[in-house]
Design a protein around this ligand. Sequence first.
Ligand code: BGC
Length: 393
Amino acid sequence: MIQWKLCSGLLGLLIFLTGCSQEKSPPTDSSKATSENETSKDAAMNTGNEFQLAIQSEPYGATADGQEINQFLLSNDKGVSVSIINYGAIVTAVYVPDREGKTENITLGFDTLAEYEKKGPYFGAICGRYANRIADGKFTLDGKEYQLAQNNPPSHLHGGEQGFDKKVWAAESFSKKDEVGVRLSLVSPDGEEGYPGKLTLNVVYTLNNDNEFKIDYTATSDQATPINVTNHCYWNLAGEGTILDQELVLNCDQYLPVSDVAIPTGKLAAVKETPMDFTSAHKIGERIAQVEGGYDHCWVVNPSEKQPAFTARVKDPDSGRVMEIFTTEPGIQFYTGNFLDGTEASGGYPKNGGLCLEAQHFPNSPNQPEFPNTILKPGEVYEQTTVHKFSVE
Ligand code: BGC
């Protein structure tokens, strides 16, 4: 773990790909490595450069109650790498080259598992059972009222006190000809955090040689239950400083105005001629002062025949790094790290030190019948695909 954490820049990546590869950790109960089709090394041979499509895993540490956690390193032949742990299904690092080929970690994270176990800003985690807010933590389903934790008073946020970001997931790595990945799964028992039904959730993280980092979600439940899952990576394409000079495009003509406790009013408002209009590229800091508290809203993804649909594009003009997001979800929460404050609890990152683009359904949907449905019924399968594509300009 420490070896991986210390890796930075090109040299670091080379150490990842050579040093780490000699020490494959043995499979454990909750986390094991398998190979489909061929081994990762075979899959990436003859690429003609020093990078290879590969997947490695090694012990990351143990939780406070003694459960062993593994870290998986997915890397491709373009020098992109993604690290994932099976605690919270957290993306702990994403290294991406700039236009000079220099790689930096462009996600925010903590250095140790102990820090991830504390209450935090949900760095890199999968949030659920219901990501984002539910007003007063209440909803009614089939005539029965449910009360969830109001852990972001007066609202329920990101699944409650012990959301999916605080769970140990089962994990299995895989390696195919053109991609490597990790399949994580979780069973959330009936009544956990107050939610009805036993929910089974699978999250598959995949990296390919086209610099696409994909997240596929599927879930089933034995009772009707609300579900809204998302990945909560904080991105900073410069790898340091704030995101205020980075440019954003959102393929969204509408957004959801919110109350003073960040609950959507139920209306869909046009972004045109407002600071919420990112239909063409704007620096994030350009109009942020006009938005009370900074950006922390859900935008409505423009309908598209092509799925997953183009949704967002972030560019760091200095490094040239670009990230595009494509999703099957109807909404995207754009949050500018307004509550980061440089303290230990914020991993030392300053206000606006990272931005989240969380593909998801609309906040508080269980209480808003007009919003796209978030109730998963027995016999149905919840599905989501979200792709992050990295490039340079
Ligand atoms: C929410 C913010 C919240 C943050 C917690 C985001 O998804 O939109 O309001 O403070 O998560 O880290």
